[in-house]
Design a protein around this ligand. Structure first.
Ligand code: SF4
Ligand code: SF4
Length: 696
């Protein structure tokens, strides 16, 4: 009776304290701005089953993934036993469920998973503390995060050991027909412990059995109330976090509605009645309350596994940025702000801010927006959205972006390109396109439209393809292929302006939206339906972000277009490149961003080349270092440049050619080859250039 009372009090206290913790975290998350994420519920359920329940991302690192699944499944299965413990605890019975058929088989199964949990936790402890796996020992993992992980792992081992010891002692007492220890039959795994206990007197066995029982249940109660203060809270939040995670392509960044209204007013597309702009408090985020609730939920869901930091090109090359730290900082700041607000709801100002006091400018501006972190995260945290919002604040509220990046943005505003080239020179490259010494006339959309013609495709050249010396050659070669295929196309010529990608990724939403709306106006005026581009950044922004601003087009990257032409047998390639050894670099905005890994490889196969994959390829490919505005600024301090790291990886394949499908990647990899003085040994080409070689 007394034990039932103690148990009931402990259970009630656990439920009360756990409820309080959940309420606290819920209140903290709700400090974020409201956002409606109720769309596409079936796609969300599917993703949740796949990623959160199915643990699909964990298996990308097979050993760690398997161990994690062992703990995860074990945690669920072992809790079946908890049901009986609850009943016994409250009613004072012993093994209340032993009447059900196959009871000892069920308990044996639970024991199997308990052993799996022990094996996995001990392996995790060895990896962390003896093998010292690098990602667990980054600066942000010092002190509490490291202790927290060890506390949890050791607790799980102790809990499972207590469970197995309890069963072994219980079984001996059953065999001795002692007291109320009813015979349930043997439990398969704890049978192996029995020889260690068999010489003990019954009183000692009762102590072991009771101690194991109480240790197990009180341990679980303590564990439950520890979890909300630990990274292990992800065992609860992983499910809603994945459910509400981004369904759009990884490289999609939202269009700020408040800016849209201002830009529309500035362009005369919207009447300024005051209502459109009155709600703007700040642009971007300086502190946790400036984010939406999903970002704050992300912060509480982080498992601190470090998979994101492990693949981050900035971190790999010794820069200060660690995406895990960005998320942990957000959570730590939210804890402080949330607890303060809960104590004093009127307190508007809280000392410090996430930006500057937790996350430095150096970290913020080291990001290439490559999305390797979001791809790697097993619980679908969007680290890039935190960085983007902070950059928006830094750029638009503080004017604190790195000056070369500001200069590139100013050029976009003044010249429609990130360089200081006149806008009127944008189509000059087209005057130099030749095939077999014969000039090719590149059709201009405005001229054709004036003649009443509507070409099927618009070739979106982009700023790099229009002005950059090396990228202009790619544009010219792609034109040769289009002409060879007799494609009905045109370019916008000087009516094209920068897509705004660099502006958007550097946090300058105003300039981006100005550019986007200007371009959309031009495109829509020509009733453009289909767009092809050689630039994955422009492909991404036109396809995913312009569409929300009224620019809805079928957009293809040139590799997708060429791949389709080959599949449809419209493009037959000769054997000019047959047998050449080639390594292909996946551009982040095409591959990880928009899931296109196959089309470029299919073209290479059609060319008959031998593809030597780099160790990091497809979704795991290392960024070239150019994205997120990095190409227009100095790299942040580190051990080496990202482009050198990636070029080294390409050089190690000992290929004759490094091929890519992005003008920015081309610049970075060309610089990398020059940096290593390997220009004689290896050449850099775009896929369009290789195709152009194989049609001549
Ligand atoms: S987007 Fe790329 S560079 Fe930026 S934090 Fe993530 S992994 Fe690092
Ligand atoms: S953000 Fe995701 S990948 Fe990074 S440490 Fe947290 S859970 Fe792991």
């Amino acid at each position: 009776m007394i034990y039932s009372l103690i148990f009931t009090i402990a259970l009630a206290a656990t439920i009360f304290l756990f409820y309080r913790s959940i309420k606290r975290i819920r209140t903290h998350i709700k400090l974020g701005k409201d956002i409606d994420i109720s769309d596409q519920s079936s796609a969300r359920w599917k993703k949740m089953f796949l990623v959160a329940i199915g643990q699909s991302k964990m298996t990308k690192k097979p050993i760690a993934g398997l161990l994690h699944i062992m703990v995860y499944v074990g945690f669920i299965i072992v809790n079946i036993e908890m049901l009986e413990i609850f009943i016994d605890g409250i009613s004072g019975t012993h093994r209340f469920l032993s009447f059900i058929p196959f009871y000892n088989g069920i308990i044996s199964l639970v024991e199997f998973f308990a052993i799996m949990v022990i094996i996995a936790c001990i392996t995790f402890l060895i990896r962390r503390n003896i093998l010292r796996v690098k990602r667990f020992h980054k600066p942000e993992m010092k002190s509490w995060p490291s202790l927290d992980a060890n506390i949890i792992l050791i607790s799980e081992v102790l809990l499972m050991t207590a469970f197995l010891s309890m069963n072994a002692a219980d079984r001996i007492l059953q065999i001795r027909e002692f007291g109320h220890y009813t015979n349930t039959g043997g439990f398969f795994f704890s049978e192996f412990i029995i020889p260690m206990f068999s010489a003990l007197p019954s009183s000692t066995l009762i102590f072991i059995e009771r101690f194991g029982w109480w240790f197990h249940i009180l341990g679980v109660f303590a564990f439950l109330n520890y979890i909300p203060y630990s990274k292990h809270f992800h065992v609860f939040l992983a499910f809603p976090n994945v459910f509400y995670s981004k369904l759009k392509p990884r490289t999609y960044i939202n269009n700020m509605e408040s800016v849209t209204n201002e830009v529309k007013i500035a362009m005369g597309l919207l009447q300024d009645d005051g209502a459109a702009t009155e709600e703007i408090a700040t642009f971007g985020a300086k502190d946790v309350r400036d984010f939406n609730w999903k970002v704050l939920m992300d912060a509480y869901t982080c498992t601190e596994c470090g998979r994101c930091t492990d693949v981050c090109p900035a971190n790999i090359t010794g820069k200060l940025l660690s995406p895990r730290k960005i998320v942990m900082d957000t959570r730590d700041r939210l804890e402080l702000v949330g607890n303060t607000v809960m104590k004093d709801s009127d307190k508007a100002e809280i000392d410090g801010s996430l930006l500057h006091d937790y996350i430095s400018d150096e970290e913020l501006w080291a990001c290439t927006t490559c999305n390797a972190c979001t791809e790697a995260c097993p619980v679908e945290i969007d680290q890039v959205s935190i960085i983007t919002e902070l950059r928006r604040y830094s750029y638009m509220e503080e004017s604190a972006a790195p000056s070369p990046l500001v200069a590139a943005n100013t050029n976009i505003e003044n010249n429609g390109a990130p360089w200081q080239f006149p806008a009127d020179d944008r189509a000059n490259w087209a005057d130099e396109v030749e095939s077999d010494g014969n000039k090719i006339d590149v059709p201009i959309m405005g001229d054709l439209f004036a003649q009443g013609k509507k070409p099927e495709y618009l070739f979106w050249v982009g700023s790099a393809g229009s002005y950059d010396r090396r990228a202009k050659k790619i544009s010219a070669d792609f034109i040769k292929v289009l002409n060879f295929l007799k494609v009905d196309y045109a370019i916008l010529g000087i009516e094209e302006s920068d897509s705004g990608d660099i502006a958007k990724r550097s946090g300058n939403e105003f300039t981006y939206q100005m550019q986007a709306m200007m371009n959309i106006e031009v495109l829509n005026s020509y009733e453009v339906k289909k767009i092809i581009t050689c630039d994955p950044h422009d492909y991404n922004i036109i396809l995913n972000e312009y569409s929300e601003l009224g620019g809805i087009y079928e957009v293809e990257h040139h590799t997708q277009f060429l791949g389709r032409m080959i599949k449809d047998a419209k493009l037959n390639l000769n054997t000019a490149l047959k047998g050449k050894s080639i390594t292909y670099h996946d551009p982040c905005y095409l591959g990880r961003g928009n899931g296109e890994y196959d089309a470029p490889r299919e073209i290479l196969q059609a060319l008959g080349v031998n593809i030597n994959e780099m160790p990091r390829n497809k979704s795991n490919a290392l960024c070239c270092g150019a994205g997120g505005g990095q190409m227009f600024k100095e790299a942040e301090k580190g051990d080496r440049e990202i482009f050198v790291e990636r070029t080294d990886e390409a050089l190690k394949t000992q290929s004759e050619i490094i091929v890519s499908a992005c003008p920015f990647c081309m610049t970075m990899l060309t610089d990398g080859v020059k940096y290593q003085n390997k220009e004689e040994e290896i050449k850099n080409y775009d896929i369009a250039e290789l195709v152009a070689m194989a049609i001549e």
